[in-house]
Design a protein around this ligand. Structure first.
Ligand code: NAD
Length: 482
C-alpha cells in the first residue's frame, strides 16, 4: 500500500502491478500502480503538511529524534528488508545486508545533523544586526531508481526530513517493495502528509512530481536521459533540481600498483551489484606493461564470481533486474563482440538454476579503444571494457574523454602520482587503491552529465535548505531619505 496523507492506500484507479523475482520469475507481490492522480494527492498532502501542519513548528531536535527512530526500525527490520531487496532487485544477500545497514546509518547521520543546521551573523556596514537563517525548501518530489531501492530512499528521505521539508518519494516501478515495507513505519512516526510514498511508473506518476507547480524541489536519481526530461519538466515553476545520473567510470591501473589488489579492485569495481551501479568502474584503463598479465589474472578469477539467486549461499552475482534490462545489456555485448575482443563471459549461464532468471555472465572485453560504444556508453550490467594505455597523460586524457564524470579509481603505489592523477580527473567521487566504498559523511555526485548537486554528508542537506537574510535596524531614528 502507498502512503498518502498518513494513510496506507491503493491506487485511485484500482490498478496494480505484479512484481516478480528477477532470479526465478516468481510472483512476489501486487502493488498499487499509482498514476498522476495519486501523485497529485500525495503532493497536496505534502503541501498541506508543510504550509499548515505541525511539521514546520517541530523542533530540529524532534525531527532528529524521529530520524534516529527510523534508523532503529530499519535495524530491527533488517533481515526482512534485506531478503525483500534481494528478491525484488536480484542483488546477493551480503550486498543487500550492507545496503540496509548503510540505510540505517544514513537516517542516523541526518538524525544527528538535524540539530546542527544553523546560520551565521555578518558584520555589515550599518547599525544593523544582520544574520542568516536556514529554512526548509518546502515540498520535495523524490524519484529513485531500481539498483539500490532502500538505500536510495534513505539518501533522499533522511536529509529532506532533517531539513524540515515534506516529501513525496517515488521508488522505481520495478523495485517498490522495500520502500513499501518502510511505509507503515514512517506512517507511525511522522505527522500525516510529511512523508508520502507513491508507487507507479515514470509516465504520469513520476512526471507529476517533476512538473507540479506545488512542488518546490525535485531530487532525482536515475538515467541521464530521464534526468534531462526532469530538468525540462521542472522549468514550469523553476523548482529546484538535483540530479544524480549515470556514469562510464574510469578505473586506472598503473604498472606500479599492488598487482593482486588491482585485480580484485578491478573485478569488484565492475561486477559488484551485477554492474548495475552508477559508479561502477566499467572502463578499465591498464598500463600496457602489465596489461596482458592483469587481464589474464582477472579472467582466471572470474569463475570465483558465483552466479545464482541472491538468497542462495555463496552467491556473488545475481540476475539483472528485468528481462528488458537484460536485453539492453545483451545488445551491448553483441556490439562489443564486433568492436573489441571478448575474453570471458558474453552469454547467459547454463543450467536449470538459471533458466527462469535474468542472468548474464560476468563479461570482459579487451583491446578496446576510447571511441568504441562499449567504451563510451553506460551499459549498467556486468560488462567490463579494458583499454590499454602507455603514459600517465594518455590515461588522464582517455579517462576524461567522456560525457560523464561521476566516479573514478586509480591504482598505484606512487602516492604522488595517485593524488596527481585524481586531481586531474573530472569526476565527483574518486578512490586511490580501492573502489566503491561509499560513506554517508562524504558528498556524492557527479561532474558533467553525471548530474548536479551533491547528496550525503553536510553537502547533502544544502539542497533541502533555503537561505534567508534577516536585517534588524538597531537605530530608532526614521530613515529621513525624503
Ligand atoms: P530511470 O531513469 O529509467 O528511472 C529512474 C526513476 O525515474 C524511476 O523511478 C522511474 O520510474 C522514474 N522516471 C522515468 N521516467 C520519468 C519521467 N519522465 N518523469 C519522472 N520520473 C521518471 O533509471 P533506472 O533505469 O531506474 O536506473 C538506472 C539509472 O540510474 C542508471 O543510468 C544509473 O547510472 C542511474 N543511477 C545513478 C545514481 C547516482 O547516484 N548518480 C545512482 C543509482 C542509479
Amino acid at each position: 500500500m502507498m502512503l498518502i496523507d498518513g494513510k496506507l492506500v491503493k491506487a485511485k484507479s484500482g490498478k496494480t502491478r505484479e512484481i516478480f523475482d528477477p532470479g526465478n520469475g516468481k510472483l512476489l507481490a501486487k502493488v498499487p500502480e499509482g498514476g498522476r492522480e495519486d501523485a497529485k494527492a500525495a503532493i497536496l498532502a505534502a503541501r498541506k503538511a508543510f504550509d499548515e501542519g505541525p511539521w514546520r513548528k517541530t523542533t530540529a531536535q524532534d525531527r532528529g529524534k524521529l530520524l534516529l527512530q527510523v534508523a532503529e526500525k530499519v535495524r530491527t527490520h533488517a533481515k526482512v528488508l534485506a531478503a525483500l531487496e534481494v528478491s525484488n532487485m536480484g542483488k546477493p544477500l551480503a550486498e543487500a545486508e550492507y545496503d540496509v545497514a548503510d540505510a540505517a546509518n544514513c537516517f542516523e547521520f541526518y538524525g544527528g545533523l538535524a540539530t546542527k543546521i544553523h546560520g551565521e551573523t555578518m558584520s555589515v556596514p550599518a547599525n544593523s544586526l544582520s544574520f542568516v537563517v536556514r529554512e526548509p525548501v518546502g515540498v520535495c518530489g523524490q524519484i529513485i531508481p531500481w539498483n539500490y531501492p532502500l538505500l536510495m530512499a534513505a539518501w533522499k528521505l533522511a536529509p529532506a526530513l532533517a531539513a524540515g521539508c515534506t516529501v513525496v518519494l517515488k521508488p522505481s516501478e520495478l523495485t517498490p517493495l522495500t520502500a513499501l515495507e518502510l511505509a507503515p513505519i514512517l506512517k507511525d512516526l511522522f505527522p500525516p502528509g510529511v512523508v508520502n510514498i507513491v508507487t507507479g511508473p515514470g509516465a504520469g506518476c513520476g512526471e507529476e512530481l517533476a512538473e507540479s507547480p506545488l512542488v518546490d524541489k525535485v531530487a532525482f536519481t536515475g538515467g541521464t536521459v530521464t534526468g534531462r526530461k526532469i530538468a525540462v519538466a521542472a522549468t514550469g515553476n523553476l523548482k529546484k533540481v538535483t540530479l544524480e545520473l549515470g556514469g562510464k567510470n574510469p578505473n586506472i591501473v598503473f604498472a606500479d600498483a599492488d598487482f593482486e589488489s588491482a585485480v580484485d579492485g578491478a573485478l569488484f569495481a565492475a561486477f559488484a551489484n551485477q554492474g548495475e551501479v552508477c559508479s561502477a568502474g566499467s572502463r578499465l584503463l591498464v598500463e600496457k606493461k602489465i596489461h596482458k598479465k592483469l587481464v589474464e589474472a582477472m579472467v582466471a578469477k572470474v569463475p570465483r564470481i558465483k552466479l545464482g539467486h541472491g538468497l542462495d549461499a555463496g552467491v556473488k552475482m545475481g540476475p539483472l533486474v528485468s528481462a528488458a534490462h537484460r536485453e539492453k545489456v545483451e545488445s551491448y555485448i553483441a556490439i562489443g563482440k564486433k568492436e573489441a575482443r571478448l575474453v570471458c563471459g558474453g552469454g547467459r549461464p547454463k543450467g536449470k538454476d538459471f533458466d527462469k532468471g535474468h542472468f548474464v555472465e560476468p563479461t570482459i572485453f579487451d583491446q578496446a579503444t576510447p571511441s568504441m560504444r562499449i567504451a563510451r556508453e553506460e551499459i549498467f550490467g556486468p560488462v567490463l571494457t579494458v583499454i590499454p594505455f602507455e603514459t600517465e597523460a594518455e590515461a588522464v586524457r582517455i579517462a576524461n574523454d567522456s560525457e560523464y564524470g561521476l566516479a573514478a579509481g586509480v591504482w598505484t603505489l606512487n602516492v604522488n602520482r595517485g593524488i596527481r592523477v585524481l586531481r586531474e580527473l573530472r569526476a565527483g567521487i574518486t578512490w586511490l587503491n580501492t573502489y566503491h566504498p561509499t560513506f554517508n559523511e562524504m558528498p556524492w555526485g557527479g561532474y558533467k552529465q553525471s548530474g548536479n548537486g551533491r547528496e550525503l554528508g553536510l553537502y547533502g542537506i544544502e539542497a533541502y535548505l533555503e537561505t534567508k537574510q534577516i536585517n534588524v535596524n538597531l537605530d530608532e531614528a526614521p530613515l529621513g531619505w525624503y
